[in-house]
Design a protein around this ligand. Sequence first.
Ligand SMILES: [Zn+2]
Length: 455
Amino acid sequence: MKIKLIPIIGLEVHVELKTNSKMFCGCKNDPFGASKPNIYTCPVCLGLPGALPVPNKKAIELTVKLGLGLGCEINRESRFDRKHYFYPDLPKGYQISQYEKPFASGGELKFRIQNSEFRIIRVRRVHLEEDTGKLLHRKIDGEEVSLIDFNRSGVPLAEIVTEPDIRSAQEAKETAKKIYQIVRALGVSDADMEKGSMRLEANISLSEIKEKGKRKKEKGELPDYKVEIKNINSFRFMERAINAEIERQEKILESGKKVQQQTFGWDTEKQELKPQRVKEEAADYRYFPEPDIPPIVLSDDWILKIKDQISKLPEEIYEGLIRTGIAAAAAKVIVGDRELAEKINGIIREIKEIGDIRDIGNWALHHQEMIKEKPVDELISLFKQGREGLVSDSGQLKRWVKEVVEDNVQAVNDYRKGKEAALMFLVGQAQRLAKGKADVSLVKDMLSSKLSSDL
Ligand SMILES: [Zn+2]
């Protein structure tokens, strides 16, 4: 009997929260803007003995907001715990995190994969912790040294953990993008992956399914190992890293061996997995309640107030744009930029003609920066002026289309052989004849119907 392997993937996403001060002290939270290392530090974030942590209320508010945005339940009572481990970037010897009682749990992400099928990925929890310092490995006077910068030490960090509901590298990428969009839409973090204010981790294992007969494992039962890939700083790299890991595990399992529980990093330069360490069990961290911070009790009123601040979320905005007739590709770009989405929605509310609304998507793609700068009423008149100057007279358009088809035999043949890109080339040629004044969507329709009819 043939055995099929399916990937079981969960994500952990860290985002640095946008607060003025750090998580447990009054130091400035601006690790990327700091002019020098170690300038935003004090006894608390340097882990000096006897310093007492005081939780940052704004950070808790942003974590609750994030939890609500991810559809979670907000726990009325939560607690901070100490997570113990030794590493030079963690001067206290433990990190203040949350273990048994996070601020939010049990959410869900619902989104379309490639504009078609709806997927639901459950969110296990959202908890709040402190970031570590940053180690820098340099060569000074011919000697390899490690330097440490504590500007980042104690910066509030929210961790989002999904259930292992993801079934492919592509789905993992879409899920991470979805989380990114929500984080940005809520304004809780800059989520800049290049700088590291958003960091991705994936847990991957493979589950066996017998192709004939019943599932070997009941739904919800997981393989007895998982491999972690840590500190990935782009969606694309995450997709590659997961694909590489799936391939590696397939080879091991197909040869009849067991996959070892392990942690990898992703080597951006070599574009390959690099082994880090054999994974510790959770018990190794010796979690226990943080004795210097009492449990945190949140009132219904306070949670409701935060709920009221949340504006529309990306999935809703996306569906709204699609309903007004904007093309999926344009809608995706618009939703990815909160400012742009607000402006476009403002314009759509004022414009009545359906045909015009359809073209706003395209127009937005070409004028994104301008749209963000100008007020809605000025944008509406600019949009209308742009359309007034367009040639939509079908006689004139037909003459241009005819000329283009006659002059570009090669591209016409390419298109007929199935090369879609050739159509846009031909549209471009017509636009050249029209000195940029042809109504592109009409030209495109005319060209494609002409090319498919006079075969
Ligand atoms: Zn400090």
